[in-house]
Design a protein around this ligand. Sequence first.
Ligand code: G4P
Length: 283
Amino acid sequence: MKINWFPGHMRKSQRELLDMMPKVDVVIEVLDARLPQASSNPLLQELRGQRPCIKLLNKSDLADPQTTAAWVTCFEQQQGVRALPIEAKQRGEVDRIQKLCRKLVPKRGSKGRDIRALVVGIPNVGKSTLINTLIGRKIARVGDKPAITTCPQQVDLRNGIRLFDSPGLLWPNLQDHHGSQCLAASGAIGDNALDTIEVARFSAEFLCSRYPQRLQERYKLTALPLAGDELLEAIGRRRGCLISGGEVDPVRAAELLLHEMRGGKLGRISFEEPPGTGEIKAR
Ligand code: G4P
């Protein structure tokens, strides 16, 4: 899959993150619960050194709960790491993060000695949503767009916690082909950077192997062809994505599948399982 992306800023961003680290007590890494590996940046572990890290598995409302629980167990085996599945829009959920910050940095959190928490994550994982929920109102952030100069923003939560927001500093690892496909399928990469049909083909084949029943039920398919193109054709035909002459319009079929999958219409889906967990049964 060919993805047009912007790798040029990565080195500078990593330098900036490294420079920030001495001022940071705890790193809050926001991940997409559906693809915790592909939505992480492998360099972060190196950059954070010995600092404690909270891995937030955000968008857990869209992910397969059993797989998310397996990821939590997997992450918590790593030194200094705690993991929480969350839904960033839910106020009650984010309160748990603050409690965890206090637990991980017990020496700070009092007047004049705020806990300094750095919020990082690749674009689209839900950092802005999380920060707005933590603050209790919408704040303007420096964009995540690569061309915009990044400067860390500080937000005082007025409860002994100060957030360092770092828009635009982390990028996914697009060297990993499968990870890139998962990112594309989840919608984390803007569709205009991608070949929609290719992303939908991958998604259809993935769904067919992991969640075949849901695919069958949603699109009322009596049989499931294994090849992505044929699946898209069957879905498009079933949903009337046709062009003149009665042929299926592959772009409309692809867009329909991606839209419904990303919107949760095919149920809660996880694209990745933690390493070494073996097969988690398809449902
Ligand atoms: P970012 O700062 O990391 O780039 O991500 P941002 O908060 O902008 O969130 C990206 C998209 O993910 C937004 O959707 C946001 O609503 C959605 N999102 C964030 N957290 C959750 C969550 O826990 N569950 C679900 N289902 N979605 C979440 P959008 O369509 O781009 O924007 P909007 O139309 O919702 O404003």
